[in-house]
Design a protein around this ligand. Structure first.
Ligand code: NAD
Ligand code: ZN
Length: 358
């Protein structure tokens, strides 16, 4: 199919490979590209009201049927209860191995719908139409699907790659600004770890939801970064760890705040922290750059000023190995390194530095 001039296609080279399209107004392309005639569209209450019609009418025009299943908006829907309801409805409505799941929504919908697809009849095909910036640049690339347990986030799930992902930035028009900034944090992180061309454009005041060609370009670059890393390391045993830049402190802050601090805000703090750790080891000084970005994100306040509150969480991070804290630091832009010998005094001075800047 010939793509519109400003639609981009990125190939994710996993087995089997699949395309991610990025553009504005992709419903028709989506409906024509999908090879299944019957789709279970999983969406949340908010996105359903705003965008479901666009998707169902495009499918209808292409002679396909889409049946919508609505879950409540919000992280609580990543649960066994919601999963079981969705699966039961699909079974009741006679979905079979030849049908597919389509996720229409943010990362919550994507993770839940992906896991529903991975488990229904031992696995059926899956498409993603992410509608939040976070889902576009992060959650819809990489094949991680799953739900939460009361004991912790994302503790149950599967790697399940989609057949195709359609990133239609027109959906961003209705996304609240605070949510837009959450996604921008992972976009910026992708710039730091692998594609520095992303960074100057994000400092441009034009970087907003409405900046169509700019956003298509940035999202395509960001998806390219994650897609390449995932293709190199589909099951997360090596370079995929680089995506964890900024995330050790972030996970500790989220836990210490009882998950009241959002992930994006927490990572924005974590980027400054990790930049400082790298700079103190004599590597490229990215502290000012990450601080400017943190100010743009305008995060909620830190849950604590006391580093000893965070330490137990840092030590418990699931990415640690043999009791050693494993950090990703940047030797320079685009050159991440895994560091597992950080000393207490290094961590404490990076924390003090962060506090002094706020
Ligand atoms: N699978 C992965 O690799 C991966 C990566 C990162 C995050 N995640 C997961 O993603 C989730 C967070 O994703 P999220 O930030 O998209 O959260 P979300 O899905 O809860 O969406 C955030 C809010 O924005 C609303 N929304 C989404 N698109 C909208 C639009 N176009 N217009 C108006 N409102 C819209 C949603 O209804 C929701 O209220 C977490 O559960 C996280 O664990 C998964
Ligand atoms: Zn993250």
């Amino acid at each position: 199919m010939v793509l519109e001039e400003n639609t981009r296609k990125i190939e994710v080279r996993v087995n089997p490979p699949y395309p991610i399209y990025v553009g504005a107004g992709l419903a028709e392309l989506m409906a024509k590209t999908i090879s299944h005639n019957r789709l279970a569209i999983i969406t949340d209450s908010q996105v359903k009201a705003l965008h479901l019609d666009t998707i169902t009418s495009a499918l209808k025009q292409a002679g396909k049927s889409g049946q919508a299943y609505e879950i409540p908006a919000g992280e609580d829907s990543k649960s066994f209860e919601t999963l079981s309801q969705v699966l039961s409805h699909m079974a009741h409505d006679g979905f079979d191995r030849g049908s597919a799941v389509l996720a229409l929504g943010g990362g919550v919908v994507g993770d839940l719908a992906g896991f529903a697809a991975a488990s229904y009849m031992r696995g059926i095909d899956f498409y993603q139409v992410p509608t939040s910036l976070l889902a576009m640049v992060d959650a819809s690339v990489g094949g991680k699907t799953g739900i939460n347990l009361p004991e912790g986030k994302n503790l149950v799930g599967a790697f399940w790659q989609p057949r195709a992902v359609f990133i239609d930035i027109s959906f961003l028009e209705t996304l609240p600004d605070t949510e837009f900034r959450q996604g921008a944090v992972e976009l910026y992180k992708h710039g730091l770890i692998r594609d520095e061309n992303i960074l100057p454009a994000m400092q441009n005041p034009d970087f907003q939801k409405e900046a169509v060609p700019l956003l298509i370009d940035l999202i395509a670059k960001s998806v390219g970064v994650k897609a390449d890393i995932v293709a190199e390391d589909e099951k997360e045993i090596g370079v995929r760890a680089f995506l964890n830049f900024g995330h050790n402190l972030a996970h500790a802050l989220e836990a210490a705040s009882d998950h009241r601090l959002s992930h994006g805000d927490a990572v924005a703090y974590g980027l400054v922290f990790d930049a400082k750790l790298g700079q103190a080891r004599g590597w490229q000084d990215l502290t000012q750059e990450t601080l400017n970005f943190l100010r743009w994100v305008n995060p909620q306040p830190l849950p604590t000023k006391d580093f000893s509150v965070l330490e137990p969480y840092l030590k418990r991070d699931k990415k640690n190995k043999d009791g050693r804290m494993k950090f990703v630091l940047l030797e320079s832009l685009g050159k991440p390194q895994i560091v597992d010998d950080l000393r207490q005094d290094e961590l404490e001075s990076a924390w003090t530095f962060l506090l002094e800047q706020l």
